[in-house]
Design a binder for this molecule. Structure first.
Ligand code: SAH
Length: 404
């Protein structure tokens, strides 16, 4: 297998791995961590291309260089004859768009590009009708901004492309925040999500991520299908995706809690936009951790509870504190469920594996003294694919539990 070093290519920018550190790359895991590096020769500037080579000189892939990050390089191409160029980016965008057309042909709001899982590390693109919202979160993705925009224009025909590169991970990459229109005329269109007859307005300029939690689409549909009940509790409701779905599914009453008054105002808009009765909803501006205790002390009980908190642990190092947070709110949720009730519970924490999350929920049920079982494993939809060579792309984990 090992090719000898190629003298013709000896002057190209290259990253040479320590002995034996090529194993994950041979399995096509695209990240090169700083600790695996022997040396970098003819280093390009941030975002520039270099060849990844084993100590023995075997070519492993073409990567974009992130000199400020612990993830020092991300591989974009595994073929030596397919360097990172305009044609490669155009082809990657085209196949990402084609995959969604094949899998989700009727949706007008969906993730079009999901980073590494679509072969474009650090590049996220969400579609809201005629508006595309782009996040370029790695040095490589930022370096290829214009090529990505050109390819998106030619393969989607979108009227507006807006950049929202303002996620926390930019600091780790040493990249500046970039926000603004990349294509089209100001002001930015309101994004409209249309999910099986339910409509949501999306604030792409101020909202979280790119404005909406597209990754919860399938789970909203599940909640809707099971919401023909008296009392629903939606914790961390944000702009009301689950609340509106529960109302559309027949819920007689929903209590929706979020710490952000702005999010609750948008939730109210979304409920009204769908002609759903705001009279059936209590929107509560409160800290979920505290408010659940209040509901418990008031003796409240619910048929269906949604627990969709923000990311508690971005990395494995913070997993323990996150575990305590998940246990606390889920324990309270189990106590607040009526017999026969359902808990939809989620974790976005990269540092908490699906296994660990399930153990935390098991511990919460045990301490709440309820007999609970998992009736469904939940995750993001087909527009958030998980590359088999990159399990990190499965960041949203969820369980639906029923109690006796
Ligand atoms: N379930 C939502 C997404 C949740 S995002 C959806 O499907 O659209 C996380 C939300 O939690 C944010 O709206 C944020 O304002 C809220 N939040 C964060 N910490 C909180 C806390 N301690 N108590 C209540 N809300 C909180």
């Amino acid at each position: 297998m090992n090719r000898p070093p190629r003298s013709a290519a000896s002057s190209r920018p290259r990253l040479i791995l320590k002995a034996g550190r090529e194993r994950s790359l041979l399995r096509r895991h695209p990240w090169v961590f700083s600790g695996a590096i022997e040396r970098v020769e003819a280093a390009p500037e941030a975002g520039g291309t270099l060849a990844i080579e084993s100590r023995e000189g075997q070519f492993l892939g073409w990567a974009c260089y992130s000199p400020a990050s612990q993830i020092r390089a991300r591989v974009w191409s595994w073929e030596e004859d397919a360097p990172i160029d305009l044609a490669l980016i155009d082809a990657r965008i085209a196949s990402a768009v084609r995959r969604r057309q094949r899998l989700l042909p009727t949706l007008n709001a969906l993730r079009l590009v999901h980073g590494e899982a679509d072969g474009l590390p650090g590049c996220v693109v969400d579609r809201y009708g005629e508006l595309l919202v782009v996040q370029l979160l790695s040095s490589g993705a930022a370096r290829w901004r214009e090529a990505i925009v050109a390819a998106l224009r030619s393969h989607t025909g979108a009227q507006q492309i807006y950049e929202r590169s303002d996620a926390d991970v930019l600091t780790l990459e040493g990249l500046p925040v970039e926000i603004g229109l990349l294509h089209g005329e100001a002001p930015v269109l309101p994004g409209i999500v249309d999910e099986e007859g339910l409509r949501f307005t999306v604030d792409a300029v101020h909202g979280h991520k790119t404005g909406f939690y597209l990754d919860q689409r399938d789970n909203r549909a599940q909640v809707r299908a099971l919401a023909d009940v008296d009392e629903v509790l939606d914790c961390f409701c944000y702009t009301g995706g689950f609340t509106a779905s529960a109302l559309a599914g027949g819920a007689r009453h929903v209590t929706a809690i979020d710490a952000s008054g702005d999010a609750l105002a948008l939730a109210r808009n979304n409920i009204e936009l769908n002609g759903l009765s705001a009279g059936r909803v209590d929107l509560v501006e409160a800290d979920v951790f505290k408010h659940l205790r209040l509901l418990r002390d008031q003796g409240k009980a619910y048929d269906l509870i949604i627990m969709d908190p923000p990311k508690f642990a971005p990395t494995a190092a913070t997993a323990e504190r996150a575990a305590r947070g998940y246990k606390d709110i889920n324990l309270l949720a189990f106590k607040l469920l009526k017999p026969g009730g359902l808990l939809f519970t989620f974790s976005y924490s990269g540092g908490v594996s699906a296994d660990l999350f399930q153990k935390i929920i098991a511990g919460a049920a045990l301490d709440a003294r309820v007999d609970a079982r998992i009736v469904a494993h939940l995750g993001a939809g087909a527009d958030h694919p998980v590359a088999l060579n990159f399990p990190e792309s499965e960041y949203l984990k969820g369980l639906c539990c029923s109690v006796d």
